[in-house]
Ligand binder design. Sequence first.
Ligand code: FES
Ligand SMILES: [Fe+2]
Length: 395
Amino acid sequence: MSDLLTRSPGWSLPQAAYTDPDLYDADLDRVFAAHWLFAGHTAELDAPGRYLTVDVGRDRVIVVRGEDGAVHAHHDVCAHRGSRVTAEPRGRVKAFVCPYHQWVYGLDGTLRSARLMGDCFATASYRLAPVAVRETAGLVFVCLADDPPAFEPFAAALEPRLGPHGLADARIAVRHHYRVAANWKTLVENNRECYHCAGSHPEFSLSNFDVGVHGDVRTNPRYDRALADARAHWSAQGLPAEDVSFPGGDWYRIARLPLREGYVSETLDGQPLAPPMGTLSDPDVGSLRMVSLPNMWGHANADYAMTTRLTPVDVATTDVELCFLVARDAVVDEDDLAAVWRATSEQDWELCERNYAGIASRGYRPGPLSPVVEASVESFLDWYLDALGGAARAA
Ligand code: FES
Ligand SMILES: [Fe+2]
């Protein structure tokens, strides 16, 4: 990690931060295993036994709806000799039956039966090891740490803003998987700036202003007026208008931004594709942006929401799952629904892969971040280096 110490504020990271396998292991330990990770949606866990899995390096977490209605999370490691218990990334089960010697676990992780273990075997002494899990406003998070960071401030900020969008009662209409040839930080950095948007995202730029995103210090009277008008409109609907943006350097941001005039949703023609979700009645609620470091961002319009989950695969590879949610009974054209964010995401993956190819090459040197439009990249790097070990920031 030594050359991270040479990182200067305002500059991109040294090459090793993106390419060194030891540093990647440190990322998994100190960033991914130490923080809350977006796992999935309440909508995917809508009945007892419905489960999904989250991979974090060599660790796999099972997240499952219990018979008691609560969400549970367990390490996917059998308490007998350690086999994985699940075979599929998601599904529905009555119990988890280890495929090796058929130990049977309840949805709450307790061991129910273990065949041929002798008369003295204390079944109640064994279970799938628990993992911290929280559910808020239709999103589910897990944390592998023994002593997880505080979750409640995030939930307190998210609930009143995202809650009215009704994600907990939604359905996932479209799901896309991508494998991106880039370090996970390259994808987060790309998400943290819109310097590239005008040049690369024609569909996104139809509905979104070029200014107003976090870390963009430009002022624009037309945007400021649109924001003030929109906030008055949202407040009248009971929606909190003010942003919660990485408070105290913390790991989350939730901000509702206005869309361009004539656009009430991030769709190609700006018109909603589905009825308002949840308790929303007005189709014009702008677009609620959510970021939770290190592995999620999403946008919630009135008619649909999009979430993006990152899963590091190795130092140079990141898996991405993109989900589109609508009201449970909404009838939608799936291509139209996904049009803007599928295009935007695929454009981003191409940018990230090109970026990473250069970063990984002999010619790469750290470069200067724009103080005008890349301050959010800088704050992500601050957060990352703090998580990694603090000392790296001092140089
Ligand atoms: S390793 Fe699971 S039952 Fe043996
Ligand atoms: Fe982008």
